[in-house]
Design a protein around this ligand. Sequence first.
Ligand code: AMP
Length: 190
Amino acid sequence: MINLIIFGPPGAGKGTQAQIIAKKYKLTHLSSGDILRQELKNGELGKKIKKYQDAGQLVPDSIIIAMMEKAATNKIKGRGFIFDGYPRNIRQAKSLDKFFKSHKISLGQVLNLRLSEVVAIRRIILRGKTSGRSDDNLKTIKSRYKVYRTQTAPLLEYYRAQKKITNIDGQLPIMEAFAKIETVIAKIAK
Ligand code: AMP
């Protein structure tokens, strides 16, 4: 089993890389953003999620942690996971560690896509033209970025302490970044 986390700021290309990785290595792709968006039409819960997403804030841990655990437990018999957009803060990371432990599996590597804020914001604005996502606009992006810097980026230290981080240049063309990722996976799959 190979368990990975794809990490990086909004606009880094996490979703794109996660899809390619999942396909090639037959992993279960768990995108917290997608899982939350699937609930948007779901009455009161959907309204609550939309409120946080549109403000560029994190959805409360009490909602997302349970959803991710359920989704992962459903696929525990698979070849492994690629977590995308999750964890986003220390509490989520600790809960994921617990999940791994309770199923006697472990985290392979955190693939950290690095790129400048200017490039990331430009990409999201472009994506907004076709994504239909109400949070792909300049105002929301600014707040998503701030949340990334204050709540999510500190996880790099958390995983560095576990010696689990590999940096990947997120400004490379998609398949060039993926080639780098393949060499990382080849090492941990041994
Ligand atoms: P994403 O699709 O990963 O860019 O996520 C879009 C939005 O969904 C975020 O701005 C948050 O509002 C929410 N979201 C996604 N993942 C998480 C998470 N792990 N914890 C809390 N909120 C999340």
